[in-house]
Design a protein around this ligand. Structure first.
Ligand code: FPP
Length: 242
């Protein structure tokens, strides 16, 4: 990689810690909150709370590392199967997270995006989310939060929309994915030692690099994200070619 692209990345992000070979778009399956709490004999809710603190750290780390787009799997369409109390804890965490962070996101030029059917959430959360979407719309970098998201449902929806327009091709489907206007996914990370995609970004992962780490999500931070970016930089991406 030439130094020209490194220096242009530096000019864009205004810092010296950016490597041109780092990913532009990183997605994370944030797993292990429950195990983190269990190890400490704490209630699961405190594991999720620590997971929320990790979200904040990693969003900040993206700025330092020059990552333009971060997509987080915060609530899957299958998470409704969890106990009512845990769902309610997650919803309350979401309320607090929006309240505590929106001003900071606006100040940092971070645009919030949501993928998934978030309108199924309680009306006050929908309202808070839509207010946050509107207020952060001018941001240059993007935080995408997957809420009530399932990749199979996303693909079915996109294929149906493409069919309604009379053309079912890969590019026509892609145009209707929630992520259509985002940079292509470069790196997908899953924490906590599980090695599966759990219905997350199945289409977008077609040529993404995958990284699975044993670190539990509440223990993930800037050092772990930097190490993941360094690992990504060593990968040779061939997109099916040789
Ligand atoms: C998986 O851990 C994590 C989740 C289902 C929820 C992810 C939510 C957060 C990290 C917190 C809030 C995020 C935002 C954007 C406010 P798990 O409970 O499945 O852990 P386990 O497998 O160890 O039980």
């Amino acid at each position: 990689m030439g130094s020209a692209s490194t220096s242009s990345a530096r000019a864009v992000f205004g810092m010296s810690q950016v490597a041109s070979t780092y990913p532009r778009h990183v997605a994370i399956i944030m797993d292990g909150n429950g195990r983190w709490a269990k190890k400490r004999r704490l209630p699961r809710a405190l594991g999720h709370k620590a997971g929320g603190d990790a979200v904040k750290r990693v969003v900040e780390a993206c700025e330092v590392l020059g990552i333009e787009c971060l997509t987080l799997y915060a609530f899957s369409s299958e998470n409704w199967k969890r106990e009512a109390e845990e769902i309610s804890d997650l919803m309350n965490l979401m309320r607090r997270f929006i309240e505590a962070n929106i001003a900071d996101f606006i100040a940092k030029g971070l645009r919030l995006r949501i993928i998934g059917d978030y309108k199924a959430f309680d009306p006050d959360i929908v309202e808070r989310l839509e207010d946050a979407l509107e207020r952060t719309a001018g941001g240059k970098r993007t935080l995408v939060v997957a809420l009530n998201y399932g990749a199979q449902q996303e693909i079915v929806r996109a294929a149906a929309l493409a069919a309604a327009e009379g053309e079912v091709t890969a590019s026509a489907i892609e145009k209707h994915l929630y992520t259509a206007d985002l940079p292509p996914l470069d790196l997908l990370i899953r924490t906590s030692g599980e090695v599966r995609l759990s219905n997350f970004l199945l289409w977008q992962s077609a040529y993404a690099e995958m990284l699975f780490t044993d670190v539990l999500w509440p223990d993930f931070g800037q050092a772990e994200l930097r190490a993941a970016c360094e690992e990504f930089a060593t990968r040779e991406r061939r997109y099916g070619g040789r």
